[in-house]
Design a binder for this molecule. Sequence first.
Ligand code: PMP
Ligand code: GLN
Length: 423
Amino acid sequence: MSSANSDKFGPPKRFQDTSESVWVEYVALALKHKPKVNLGQGFPDYAPPHYVTEALSEVSHGNHLLNQYTRGFGHPRLVQAIAKLYSHLIGREINPNTEVLVTVGAYQSLYSAITGHVDDGDEVIIIEPFYDCYYDQIKSAGGVVRSIALKPTKSGVLSAADWKLDPVEFEKLFNEKTKAIILNTPHNPLGKVFKLDELEMIADLCKKWNVLVISDEVYEHMVFEPAKHIRINTLPGMWERTITIGSAGKTFSVTGWKLGWSYGPANLLRNLQLVHQNAVYTCATPLQEATAMAFEFELTRLNSSESFFKSLAVELTDKRDYMAKFLTETGFQVTLPEAGYFMIADWSHNADKVDLSSESDEFKDYRFTKWMTKNISLQGIPPSAFYTKPNKHLGENYIRFCYIKNDETLHDAAKILKDWYSK
Ligand code: PMP
Ligand code: GLN
């Protein structure tokens, strides 16, 4: 009899890339080297709003049935709250029972949307840099990835808005095999907020070729003036072909809760429910109840400056500006984000200050970021992780930093870079 570690137990062929994801690798890197300042994986290092954690605490002392299973496609109180919020935001009545699905983070919404809609040989368009899991989720569903890169349209001081799609190249990706496109606005890692004309171009091609849009909008409530987040599902003829994804982790600064949702027309949501009912069945009830309470509270003050969605964006604008300043002062060339909590910076002007020969990774940004963690105790993320293999060189001169951090943490990062730069 063959042993259990024979080839029979290797990863299935559809897992084309069996290397560790950047998150697995860089969380391990941080655990090993304990950098003084970790601006890598995206999460706040300060407390979520008090009423959010209070809600969870209240739930744990309340009705004991909230410790038991709840409705599979979403806890009734939460789907009601989600439907109410988005009905208001998109100006269309959303049915909480058939048009909302609660999932384990935005990850599982992406997984359910992709697995639920992509068949063998279906083509799915992604826009580079892209949130890394899209690629492997499409591949493991049997889909074919077609990609196009956003490129800076000028040099020097850049805004995320300067990173654009070439409309001619973009149109060439569409054909009768195109099943879906994954859009991410506001965008990770650029912080780009797609403008109306850009969304219209995408929408027109999706309507022309009968293509589904999976719209990852997890940073929807962190948009900085004067940028405006436009939901592609509000464009004419687009509700019918769009699944939109959100995340409680991002919305309420509780990434560890891993609670997300999809909303869209019932016929499209149905395929996600089919994946969900046998893979996960239902998400954690206490977290759903507490998230519902948080949404209900925000619904009472949506238009006031007290709204967490507004105050967080203001707070992040200051952090963004502070980071852009200290990065620029230390030789990095930043792309100023319009939203979200990540900033990419070109480090190539500092290349002569580092000896990367101690690092063996194929891509320069991996070598640079690992060098930084080990030698100056500051961690970032290598953006080539957000590109397909042939395009990874487009990310190699950059590093991604997360700025949803205490001011003290950001000061420490600035000090580390200033000390290094002045040597
Ligand atoms: N999409 C994007 C663009 C993200 O940055 C993330 C990370 N939050 C996710 C999806 C996954 O979100 P979650 O943690 O809710 O699974
Ligand atoms: N979305 C977060 C980021 O981009 C965290 C990702 C993760 O840990 N999988 O940093």
